[in-house]
Design a protein. Structure first.
Length: 101
């Protein structure tokens, strides 16, 4: 297998993991409080960064689940400026390497 083929396989694996985490997060949000799920995911991401240092792969895998939780939290944010701000910061965090699929 060439390096290019290996990189393509790795990219496909990362996309599959990201999609799976996003689907699980969406299901959790449908059955619990989306805003609580969003806050818990953000707290978990922060704890991982504090305990294990920054990791671009982990950050990438967290982005889509955070965004789905933020989108599903919008209905709860109508009268909550703090939650609105949190949702806005998560949704505006798109980077150039976010998948477009």
């Amino acid at each position: 297998m060439t390096n290019e083929e290996l990189l393509m396989e790795l990219e496909n694996l990362v996309i599959a993991i990201e999609d799976t985490f996003t689907a699980i997060t969406g299901a959790i949000c449908e059955n619990t409080s989306p805003s609580r799920t969003l806050k818990n995911l953000l707290a978990a991401e922060t704890a991982l960064n504090v305990n294990h240092g920054p990791n671009e792969w982990r950050d990438r895998l967290f982005r889509s689940p955070l965004k789905i939780a933020a989108l599903k939290s919008r209905a709860q944010a109508v009268n909550d400026p703090e939650l609105q701000s949190l949702i806005s910061s998560v949704l505006s965090g798109k980077t150039e390497d976010d998948p477009t699929h």
